[in-house]
Each structure stands twice: as structure tokens, then as C-alpha cells.
Design a protein around this ligand. Structure first.
Ligand code: ATP
Ligand code: MG
Ligand code: FE
Length: 348
């Protein structure tokens, strides 16, 4: 069966198409056929962050052309099911994708599944690496930083811990602004860090003390420490060593994320770590996770960078896995939910 996934929770209009087949062992096999993304990121640059109204309007303009491109790329006339992100995300942006998905599902006479964007960041990995065993998932994105226990795709997700303040991606974007690198900050800091010394500045590792919650994160202290460092340089009249700041900041983030993720695997007795969300595209997070998982005997799964940031394939993948697990369609009357919790894979 062919499943279409529609993503519009932030500034990417994504349409992905997958083929779902039941494997000989009963496990779902999901194959990626098309993954088209139109981003309005350029329209937000001069504001230094995503402007919800602009994102919504851009989704409206991009939705139908992006869907047509995906259908053509997959070589299908219509899917057998349509899944769409119904939360979490920007209210107006979510409405556009969900309304499009409902309208197409009604017109094509196929079932509609209203599903969770965060679950999509986890499920996308199966497109590259196949069925997922019981795993710890580190979800690191622009709005979320969480450690999750995932017992196969389509099953309920358990939250082990999350950030108490900023998300990792948010910290990247704020530090990029402090360094005058512009928006979006993650890829810019990643690139600049390659030229810097990661041990130049000892930035704090939040929530790593013996009394801190084992599976929680905090990045606001780190962001403040970077701001203080930049201010001190300016006060002293010395140039800000931007590459060293970027590399040292990136090292602090990658150190805490990977240390806590490996520890969660050990605590839960789980042999697989999956990393998803936009920050999973980060070169240092990927390298350090590889190193530490190898040392701990843990299998690491990280999707290719393009699948880490927002796209429609991740929604098609989660939709297909839910269908394979026996999910019934969502009524067309369901609402979008900007604050949908990660545990709710599908809204019914
Ligand atoms: P959420 O998924 O929590 O709703 P979102 O959809 O806006 O938030 P994603 O698209 O998953 O977030 O990720 C975007 C974030 O990833 C941004 O904060 C961006 O700076 C960050 N990011 C992207 N590439 C990199 C990179 N190479 N290094 C670090 N951060 C990155
Ligand atoms: Mg984006
Ligand atoms: Fe996302």
C-alpha cells in the first residue's frame, strides 16, 4: 500500500510517499518513494527566526505544487492513505497541512491519519535502517530535547526525560544570533566550529551534577555563558574568537547529549540508540555518539542529515508504521494541537 505523509508544522512544506509491505517475519517494511520539501526559511532570515504568519502563507502557496512533485517522483496517481502532522508545531502552519490532507483524503476516498511530528522524527530512521528494535531515542530538534523509550514503531512512546528550559536546536539558534551568524543557526555554527578549537573555552555542562535528574537537560546556562564570554571580549576590546566559541559551544552540547543518551541506554538495558530531529544532523553530535556507542557496545542509528530536519517522509513513515500496527483512521473532524505530547502518536 502507498502512504503519503504531509508535514507543515514549522517552515518546511514536506510531502513524502512510501510503500508499506508486510515482511515475511510479520514486521512492516517501509520503502521511501519520494520526499519533496519546500522551505520558506529564506523569507524568515531577515527577522532572525520563523514568523508564523509568513510560514502559514508559504505553506498555502507550496502545498499543492509540492504534492504534485512528490506524486510525479513516486510515479503514483494517488496514495492509498494520507497521513499529516497535526501537532506539535505552529498553529496556523499545522492547519494548512492538516486541511490539505483531509481534503485530499476525502476527494480520493482514502483514509486520513492525523499524527505526531515528534514520532515522525523517530520513525524516519526505519526508511534507512529497517525495523526498529526496542531503543532509546534522543530527540533533538528546534523545539524539543527528550530521551524516549521506544518499543518498536507504532507502539506507545515513553518519555524518560526532557529539557527543563531551552531545546538544543534553540540554543544553537540563539548562540548563532549572539555571534552574528544569522538564522538558522545550527548549520552555521556546525560549519564555523570546524575551524575552531573545541577545548578553547570550558563552557558549562548543564544538568550533569550528581543531584541532577539523570535524563533531563538544561541549555540556558550554556547560552548565558556564551553571552557572558562575548560581552567580556567586547568590554576588553578584543575580537570575539567566533570559531573557538562555536567549537567549544558545540562540544558542550554534543558532550551532554551523547553522555546522557548512552547512560539512558545502560540504565534501561537497551542495546540501540536512535538520534533524530534537526540537531541529529550536527557533525559533532554524530561523531561523538559513534565513538561513545562503540565504546559502550551500543548500536547507533542516525538518519542521513536531510532526513533529520523536517520533511514529509518522516510523516509517511510514522503513518505507515501505525497502519501496519493496526491503527484505525482519524475522523476528518479532529483538530490540530500545537502542544501535542510525544506520547500521542495519533489523534483519533
Ligand atoms: P520540533 O521538531 O521540535 O517541532 P523543528 O521542527 O523546528 O522543531 P527541526 O526541523 O527538527 O526542528 O530542527 C531544526 C533545528 O535543528 C534548528 O534549531 C536548527 O538550528 C537545528 N539544526 C539543523 N542542522 C543542524 C546542525 N548541523 N547542527 C546543529 N543544529 C542543527
Ligand atoms: Mg525548519
Ligand atoms: Fe521537527
Amino acid at each position: 500500500m502507498i502512504v503519503m505523509g504531509i508535514e507543515s508544522s514549522c517552515d518546511e512544506t514536506g510531502v513524502g510517499i512510501v510503500r508499506l509491505e508486510a515482511g515475511a517475519d510479520g514486521a512492516a517494511r517501509v520503502e521511501l518513494l519520494a520526499d519533496e520539501v519546500a522551505s520558506s526559511v529564506d523569507e524568515h532570515v531577515r527577522f532572525g527566526g520563523v514568523v508564523p504568519e509568513i510560514a502559514s502563507r508559504a505553506h498555502l502557496q507550496a502545498m499543492v505544487p509540492t504534492m504534485r512533485r512528490a506524486l510525479a517522483a513516486a510515479g503514483v496517481d494517488r496514495p492509498d492513505a494520507v497521513a499529516a502532522t497535526v501537532g506539535p508545531g505552529l498553529a496556523g502552519a499545522l492547519l494548512v497541512g492538516a486541511a490539505a490532507a483531509k481534503a485530499y483524503a476525502a476527494a480520493w476516498g482514502v483514509p486520513f491519519y492525523g499524527i505526531n511530528h515528534l514520532g515522525g522524527h523517530v520513525a524516519v530512521d526505519a526508511l534507512e535502517h529497517g525495523p526498529l528494535p526496542r531503543s532509546v531515542a534522543l530527540l533533538v530538534s528546534g523545539g524539543h530535547t527528550q530521551l524516549l523509550l521506544v518499543d518498536g514503531l507504532g507502539a506507545p512512546i515513553v518519555e524518560l526525560g526532557s529539557t527543563v528550559d531551552d531545546a538544543a536546536g534553540e540554543a544553537y539558534d540563539k548562540v548563532a544570533r549572539l555571534l552574528g551568524l544569522g538564522y538558522p543557526g545550527g548549520p552555521k555554527i556546525d560549519a564555523l566550529a570546524q575551524e575552531g578549537d573545541p577545548s578553547a573555552i570550558a563552557f558549562p555542562r548543564g544538568m550533569t551534577g550528581p543531584r541532577d535528574a539523570r535524563h533531563a537537560f538544561s541549555f540556558s546556562g550554556l547560552k548565558t555563558a556564551v553571552a557572558r564570554h562575548v560581552e567580556k571580549c567586547e568590554r576588553d576590546g578584543v575580537p570575539v574568537p567566533a570559531a573557538d566559541v562555536a567549537a567549544s559551544f558545540q562540544e558542550a552540547v554534543a558532550d551532554v547529549l551523547t553522555m546522557k543518551a548512552v547512560r539512558a541506554c545502560v540504565d534501561e538495558g537497551v542495546g540501540t540508540l536512535l538520534i533524530g530531529g534537526g540537531v541529529a544532523a550536527n557533525s559533532r553530535v554524530r561523531a561523538l555518539a559513534e565513538e561513545r556507542c562503540a565504546a559502550a557496545g551500543i548500536a547507533l542509528r542516525v538518519p542521513r542529515p536531510r532526513l533529520c530536519t523536517d520533511n514529509g517522509a518522516m510523516i509517511a513513515s510514522l503513518g505507515a508504521h501505525l497502519i501496519a500496527a493496526g491503527a484505525t483512521p482519524s475522523p476528518l473532524g479532529i483538530s490540530t494541537d500545537p502542544g501535542l505530547p510525544v506520547q500521542t502518536s495519533q489523534v483519533r
